[in-house]
Design a protein around this ligand. Structure first.
Ligand SMILES: NC(=O)c1ccc[n+]([C@@H]2O[C@H](COP(=O)([O-])OP(=O)(O)OC[C@H]3O[C@@H](n4cnc5c(N)ncnc54)[C@H](OP(=O)(O)O)[C@@H]3O)[C@@H](O)[C@H]2O)c1
Length: 499
């Protein structure tokens, strides 16, 4: 076997990561520590909820995602250095000493931190997603050893376009928006935001697109690339299958359906929800940083800016229909111990039909369950739950009812450029993902890591699932019988009335 070019690129390098405590960040840290010989990973972390940055990182390493690493590289913590900072602050809120360290030591930067809430107020989204990126570029210019800087954007940063190529679409000038935002009072924010967003569905895609324009305009001469994943979901294989730590996007919808709470999903079943597993995405990130470092066209005077669309729809697409179908198959093996009722899902792309179905399948049963809860002295929860699920369903509806045509030549070329060893170590190509195998672990992961239902409850849950299915079938036949009887009675009534 040939030597790994990617491993030798990372060997003894110092890496700076923002957003390391997030979903993608954790998997990146784990993979870098386990599969490369990086010297030190510097993590930019902010204090949160009264916890210091060190406490937060200690807690982060308690996550099961790091269990394999702990076994394989027990001394991994020596290679972590936590730096206190915040993307919304000037100079990222770094103290002078930390700034000096980063400037003199860092070889590779992954700027992952972002506010990913779709409907965050524009000012805050701008401060984190655009201003934070501006500060990163400022710092990167002073890094004397910088070989590669990856900005993690999203494949939907340019969602107003139907065809998305691997280039920056300078549709809105970030400095124009900055001036508007500076002039805005808090009250104006709500009113003006929708006008400023133009044809973007939310402040998230809008500010990610602004950050891309900022990089295009001011990132010249830096060894920088933009990496755009589509919808990132749980791990395929590494370090463990099915791991996920959030309920964003389709995973939230599936978890709610899994629990028998959601039955209607507003989406076009023929559309492709462009999904990518987080471990494949991280392999792509790691390889992209290497690719940037070898890109000779990125000279100090060049304005070339490589963009990598990390998507599945081009080479290995699945439709919403298949997504739901594969989950339904896996449901038999991994049912929830806490599901309310038998799971089934109706998909519709029609706004009005969706509303009607929501009333019959969500609102009315929800009201009934809450009514029974109140009568038995319990707290009513269902309508509150439906309000929350409706909010997240509304947030993703724009994406669930549309399709985009992406190109991903840079990712495909990168895969071809990697030698066999690297392809094995960093399997970034989405063609290596077998969805049937993937979805066997997906529900299991949601059950185990998000809903915290231990594996030893599975047998009982399976028996309960079979009982529920039988009850559901019995209830259906009973209802059919009642309707049939009612129709017969009605018929005989009309018969005796007329003759
Ligand atoms: N997940 C997806 O499906 C997806 C798809 C496409 C692109 N992306 C992009 O991938 C990146 C990571 O997404 P994710 O899913 O991992 O999100 P995530 O789990 O919400 O993580 C966001 C990270 O950003 C950090 N952060 C937020 N505001 C910050 C601030 N002011 N200063 C410093 N750090 C801050 C968070 O730190 P705290 O822990 O302190 O909050 C966290 O580490 C984002 O750039 C996102 O746009 C994600």
């Amino acid at each position: 076997m040939e030597d790994s070019q990617i491993q030798s690129f990372y060997k003894s390098r110092n890496v700076f990561i923002t957003g390391g405590t997030g979903f993608i960040g954790k998997v990146l840290i784990e993979k870098l520590l386990r599969s490369t010989e990086v010297s030190t990973i510097y993590l930019l972390v902010r204090e949160k909820k009264g916890r210091t940055v060190d406490e937060r990182v200690d807690k982060m390493f308690d996550d099961v995602i790091f269990n394999v690493l702990k076994k394989e590289c027990p001394k991994y913590k020596h290679r972590i250095d936590v730096i206190s900072g915040d993307c919304t602050m000037p100079d990222l809120g770094l103290c002078m000493q930390d700034k000096q360290t980063l400037m003199s030591k860092i070889d590779i930067v992954f700027h992952i931190a972002a506010n990913v809430r779709f409907n965050e107020c524009l000012k805050l989204a701008y401060m984190i997603n655009v201003n934070g990126t501006k500060e990163i570029l400022k710092l990167a210019r002073q890094m004397t050893n910088l070989k590669s800087l990856i900005y993690v954007s999203t494949a939907y940063a340019n969602c107003p376009y139907n065809e998305i190529e691997e280039k920056v679409y300078n549709s809105i000038r970030y400095d124009y928006v900055e001036t508007l935002i500076e002039k805005m009072g808090d009250e104006e924010d709500v009113v003006l935001t929708s006008r400023i967003l133009e044809n973007h569905p939310n402040t998230y895609t809008f500010t990610k697109s602004l950050a891309e324009s900022l990089i295009k305009d001011t990132g010249g001469g830096l060894p920088i690339g933009i990496f755009r994943p589509s919808i990132v979901i749980s791990t395929y294989k590494e370090p463990l299958a099915g791991w996920i730590d959030n309920l964003y996007g389709p995973s939230g919808m599936i978890a709610a359906a899994f629990l028998g709470v959601v039955r209607v999903i507003f989406c076009d079943r023929e559309n492709i929800p462009d999904l990518v597993p987080v471990d494949s995405c991280v392999a792509g990130l790691i390889a992209t940083a290497w690719d940037i470092s070898t890109n000779e066209s990125l000279t100090e005077t060049s304005n070339h800016l490589p963009v990598y669309n990390y998507v599945s729809s081009v080479e290995n697409p699945i439709t919403w229909d298949e997504f739901v179908e594969l989950n339904m198959i896996s449901l038999k093996s991994f049912p929830s111990s806490n599901s309310l009722w038998d799971t089934f899902v109706i998909m519709t792309p029609n706004v009005y039909w969706n509303r009607v179905l929501q009333i019959f399948y969500h609102t009315l049963p929800g009201l009934l369950i809450d009514f029974v809860a109140i009568l038995s002295g319990k707290k009513p929860r269902m309508m509150r739950l439906y309000k929350t699920t409706k909010k997240s369903s509304d947030a993703i509806s724009y994406f669930a009812t549309r399709s985009w045509k992406f190109s991903n030549d840079n990712i495909r070329n990168l895969w071809q450029k990697m030698n066999r060893t690297d392809q094995k170590l960093f399997p970034l190509s989405i063609t290596t993902v077998h969805w049937l195998i993937y979805f066997r672990s997906y529900l299991r992961g949601i059950r185990l890591y998000l809903l915290r239902e231990p594996e030893d409850t599975l047998e009982a849950a399976r028996r309960r699932y079979v009982r529920m299915r039988r009850c559901n079938t019995a209830l259906k036949w009973f209802l059919i019988y009642i309707i049939y009887e009612f129709a017969l009675k009605l018929l005989s009534y009309f018969h005796s009335y007329m003759f």
